[in-house]
Design a protein around this ligand. Structure first.
Ligand SMILES: NC(=O)c1ccc[n+]([C@@H]2O[C@H](COP(=O)([O-])OP(=O)(O)OC[C@H]3O[C@@H](n4cnc5c(N)ncnc54)[C@H](OP(=O)(O)O)[C@@H]3O)[C@@H](O)[C@H]2O)c1
Length: 248
């Protein structure tokens, strides 16, 4: 799956929603899904970034995407229900959901984690993803084969000093993925997790400011796994948390 070569049009006729699609790994995943034929719904909090990705996709001649400007920190359950209704009206079904957007919060000793920061990180990284998934499940179940992909982290499997709310949120993400996977085991829907590993993005640079970004993999290099989990080649994969860079 790490070497997966998506056939041309391997995602044709699929509609895939990507959160945090305006930058970082989400931007590259959105472009890759479009490249292989998917209609991509670009969700993020900064409209200009989403518009830039929209323009890139259209300029490349890929299927025209849709833009959903939404701040997952402030969004309500009703916002996600409205999103589901719009997707059903416009596309009829949703084949893929990539939960990519996350916030890092502050890396700080446990005793100095403010309740405000803890709540913000848990809301964006966990509660919002739960509400979005809950709202979108009915429209995903309309597809003959649909895939929910969550994004974990190494600190979502083993806690690390000073990574407080972010690490805790990623443990919760793994739990959400497994809980959903067990529930949908005998259905057309599957639920898995990707741990991207150290990747050259703004979040990584914020967490490790002294690191040479050129020593890191680019998001483009991780795309075989991201494509695999959205393609029908992975329809038998459910409940797995997969490292995009297993040797790091
Ligand atoms: N990079 C790594 O080394 C690494 C390692 C392990 C796991 N991960 C995980 O991989 C995923 C992508 O990370 P990344 O490195 O690409 O991060 P990034 O560069 O910080 O990008 C995060 C994306 O999420 C969006 N976002 C953040 N808060 C949001 C909100 N409230 N509402 C809507 N969108 C929001 C951001 O939008 P704006 O651009 O508008 O702010 C941005 O597009 C994350 O889940 C991260 O935890 C990354």
């Amino acid at each position: 799956m790490l070497e997966f070569q998506c056939p041309d049009n391997g995602l044709k006729n699929k509609t895939i929603l990507v959160t945090g699609a305006g930058s970082g790994i989400g931007r590259v995943a959105a472009l890759s899904y479009a490249r292989y034929g998917a209609t991509v719904i670009l969700l993020g909090r900064t409209t200009e970034k989403l518009t830039a990705v929209y323009d890139e996709i259209v300029a490349a001649g890929y299927p025209e995407p849709a833009i959903v400007p939404l701040d997952m920190h402030g969004a309500t359950e009703q916002n996600y229900q409205d999103l589901a209704q719009t997707i059903e009206q416009q596309f009829g079904q949703l084949d893929g959901l990539l939960h990519n957007a996350s916030v890092l919060g502050a890396l700080t000793p446990f005793e100095q984690i403010s309740q405000e920061m803890f709540t913000e990180v848990m809301h964006t990284n966990v509660t919002a993803q739960f509400l979005m998934t809950k709202a979108l499940l009915p429209v995903m179940k309309k597809a003959s084969s649909s895939s929910v992909v969550f994004t974990s982290s190494g600190v979502g499997r083993q806690g690390r000093a000073f990574w407080g709310p972010y690490a805790i949120s990623k443990f919760a993400t793994e739990g959400m993925m497994e809980t959903l996977a067990d529930e949908v085991a005998d259905s057309n829907l599957r639920s898995n997790c990707i741990n991207p590993g150290a990747t050259r993005t703004k979040m990584r640079a914020t967490a490790f400011p002294a690191e040479d970004p050129m020593s890191l993999k680019t998001a483009e290099e991780l795309m075989p796994l991201y494509l695999y989990l959205m393609s029908d080649a992975s329809r038998h994969i459910n409940g797995q948390s997969i490292d995009a860079q297993p040797k790091r």
